[in-house]
Design a protein around this ligand. Structure first.
Ligand code: AP5
Length: 214
């Protein structure tokens, strides 16, 4: 099963994508996580990506597309994958379609996790992320067992640089201008499914499983 998670920054794409990956035993591919891992490793890609991420802007398509095409061509993606944060522009969606068409495949579902902007701004200020293992928490809804320490790997959890309120506002603007048009793009392909992302996480997951099938 090949799934795209759509939605504004902080809509809960990552939270849901991780659970989908577990349930359906497919890889979770998050472009944001790939960029952050590169940054941590000090690669050129990581340094370039940071310049854009810290301003709330999208990393240029040419840096992003090859990376994803390479990842989905790996063996563990043969039975499908869940894309989280990609595509984010029409050219990225077209590049993905073209790469899949070449091998006689296509995406099965684009799941839009719908959350209004006001709700997003509140959520992001409470998110804490582990920059070591990628786990995410929320100071109210999913707190760490020990304050400030990742349950999974014991490293500190922090407010991501791009989760500062001014940067979140910019990310939302960029989302509406460049990513939201993908909703129509996938509607036209008849693979768009929308879920109400303001519900509790378990309810959002239940709604997604209903769409994807048990
Ligand atoms: P990325 O890391 O992908 O950020 P994003 O899309 O902005 O998404 P987030 O990770 O911020 O949020 P999410 O929707 O996954 O929400 P989460 O589940 O964490 O990308 C970062 C940057 O990298 C981009 O800004 C861009 O610069 C660059 N980039 C990445 N991909 C790119 C691409 N394809 N092209 C170009 N540039 C790219 O949830 C958020 C919080 O809410 C958490 O605290 C969570 O616990 C909580 N929460 C989740 N669900 C619920 C719920 N139902 N109720 C209450 N709280 C909830």
């Amino acid at each position: 099963m090949k799934i795209i998670m759509l939605g504004a920054p902080g809509a809960g794409k990552g939270t849901q994508a991780k659970q989908i990956a577990d349930k359906y035993s497919i890889p979770h591919i998050s472009t944001g996580d790939i960029f952050r891992a590169n940054l941590k490793a000090g690669t050129e890609l990581g340094k370039k990506a940071k310049e854009y991420m810290d301003q709330g802007l999208l990393v240029p398509d040419e840096l992003t597309c090859d990376l994803v095409m390479d990842r989905i061509s790996q063996d563990d993606c043969k039975n499908g994958f869940v894309l989280d944060g990609f595509p984010r522009t029409i050219p990225q969606a077209e590049a993905l379609d073209a790469a899949l068409t070449k091998i006689g495949q296509k995406m099965d579902y684009a799941v839009d996790v719908d959350v209004p902007d006001d709700n997003i701004i509140n959520r992001m200020s409470g998110r804490r992320a582990c920059l070591n293992c990628g786990a995410t928490y929320h100071i109210v809804s999913i707190p760490t067992k020990t304050e400030g320490v990742c349950d999974r790997c014991g490293n500190p959890v922090v407010l991501r640089d791009d989760d500062q309120p001014e940067t979140v506002k910019k990310r939302l603007e960029v989302y509406h201008a460049q990513t939201q048009p993908l909703i129509d793009y996938y509607k036209k392909q008849n693979i768009l499914k929308s879920v109400d992302g303001t519900q509790p996480m378990e309810e959002v997951f239940r709604a997604i499983v209903e769409i994807l099938g048990a």
